[in-house]
Design a protein around this ligand. Sequence first.
Ligand code: HEC
Ligand code: HEC
Ligand code: HEC
Ligand code: HEC
Length: 156
Amino acid sequence: MKGHVWRPLYVVIGLVVFILLVRMFYVPDDFGAQDRGYTFGFHRLSNEQEWKDYPQKYQGTVYCADCHDDKTEELEMAQHGMIPCENCHGAAMQHPEAPEKLTIDRSREMCTRCHAKLHMPTSARHDLPGIDPVTHNAEYQCSECHNPHNPSLEDM
Ligand code: HEC
Ligand code: HEC
Ligand code: HEC
Ligand code: HEC
């Protein structure tokens, strides 16, 4: 064969050897297909424990009931009942140890991310009751009039 055939071939062989070498040093020993094969087991085995040890950020609404049962009961029956507490108050983390208190966000933006009226019927978000934030009592916080835990208009 001619040189112009060999030369690119050397480059390719060189590349393959280089990649294999890098792979040897770079890929951790316990990486590979585990018990459950390539579909679910294609990972580092020690990574399973790492994720188990990873601190959970969101605790879920059931967690709040132990100490704030007045709120969980109120919310349960309300139109906002489907919204997890942490959607409005942020991730509980290790609360009440750390943080001792969760944020209370009274900004209009907290509510308008769901209630600013959308004019394009593109998704279920469009079906939420909407207001125009510019004209709807713009000088007040929403929770001065609406109870965020039980926003029923009948109880206002
Ligand atoms: C083990 C008991 C406990 C659990 C569980 C708990 N909290 Fe608390 N929470 C407290 C204590 C104690 C405080 C601080 C005292 C206070 O202000 O009521 C507090 C404060 C708060 C505050 C601030 C109240 C304020 O007036 O500043 C919010 C908001 C809150 N918690 C929300 C939640 C949410 C949401 C959950 C569930 C994800 C939750 N908490 C789970 C005990 C708890
Ligand atoms: C739709 C958003 C939203 C949801 C969902 C929500 N909260 Fe609140 N929460 C607020 C706002 C806003 C305030 C401040 C109300 C005010 O201005 O008095 C508040 C106030 C509080 C307070 C402190 C003031 C008080 O009234 O005693 C606690 C504690 C609290 N929420 C706990 C919870 C818990 C527990 C849940 C779930 C069961 C929950 N919240 C769900 C928005 C929300
Ligand atoms: C994560 C989305 C979400 C957030 C954030 C949220 N809401 Fe809602 N809101 C809803 C849903 C869902 C309903 C129930 C709609 C239904 O029943 O059709 C609702 C219902 C309401 C209603 C009753 C409307 C009616 O026509 O009866 C009011 C008022 C309301 N919310 C005010 C607020 C206020 C004030 C805040 C901020 C403190 C807030 N919402 C935050 C999703 C949200
Ligand atoms: C000054 C009091 C006041 C403030 C502040 C206020 N609202 Fe209202 N809101 C009302 C009243 C009263 C109604 C019922 C009559 C109406 O539709 O205007 C209402 C109606 C609503 C409805 C139902 C609309 C519908 O068509 O079913 C939603 C959703 C709502 N408000 C969300 C909010 C949000 C989000 C904020 C803050 C950005 C807010 N409101 C601030 C008094 C207030």
